[in-house]
Design a protein around this ligand. Sequence first.
Ligand code: DGL
Length: 282
Amino acid sequence: MTMFPNAPGPIGIFDSGYGGLTILHEIRQQLPQYDYLYLGDNARAPYGPRSFEVVYQFTRQAVLKLFEQGCHLVILGCNTASAKALRTIQQRDLPHLDPNRRVLGIIRPTAESIDTVTHSRHIGILATEGTIKSHSYKLEVQKLFPDIHVSGMACPLWAAIVEANEAESEGADYFVAKRIDALMQLDPQIDAIILGCTHYPLLMKSILRHVPKGVRVVPQGRYVAASLQHYLARHPEINSQCTQNGTCHYLTTESKEKFQDNATIFLHEQVEVEHVELESIR
Ligand code: DGL
């Protein structure tokens, strides 16, 4: 078994890049008292077009890094990682890495809340190619609400546009319109579109310009935050391992300066960030 620091530590939040900041933001709104450590694998983002094996390996490396930094609980603030790596990490890796640490995803908590957002019982999911191809949303939603009709649309380039800080450009608008139109053509009865990629709320202005009237756009952050709150209340043994001083620190595999500049745009606050290398250490 691997030895990680025993003392209680921050809650780890991982994403391929900047997208998880939208999840972190909502979590900090609902649970400001905890300490957080955010890790963005910006140097290797986007994960969306990558194979199952590569997303799994990258995500595993990130989880190990966050455990090494003292986290006992890690949230994969990334749908692609949740779809492609979560189950293997939970079932195959955790039992021998450290059975007392936990890794949670964000697809299940989003699926659990979907019932409340649709009247027509027809929803659309916009997500990365990896998430859509995994059918994770369809499977989770239909397990919980078999009467809800789910249509998914992959949005290649959207996460890359956000990572390149082009979210407000005309080019972004073109690609956003194209995928929303394609989704609505798949099923015109859709009355709620779930943003199933944590990067997409950063394209919200453009998304709202192109969504037909009467169709609701649903970012997942607040559902994930509410679910984390319930989880911590139900698991005092994990809660007691999460320190509560209200701090937030950031790690990136890109350069500090680049992350700092972009994170300031997304978070509207100055952040302290450190560069880290991720590698296959075990
Ligand atoms: N933000 C991620 C997600 O929620 C991944 C985007 C990407 O790296 O392609 O799926």
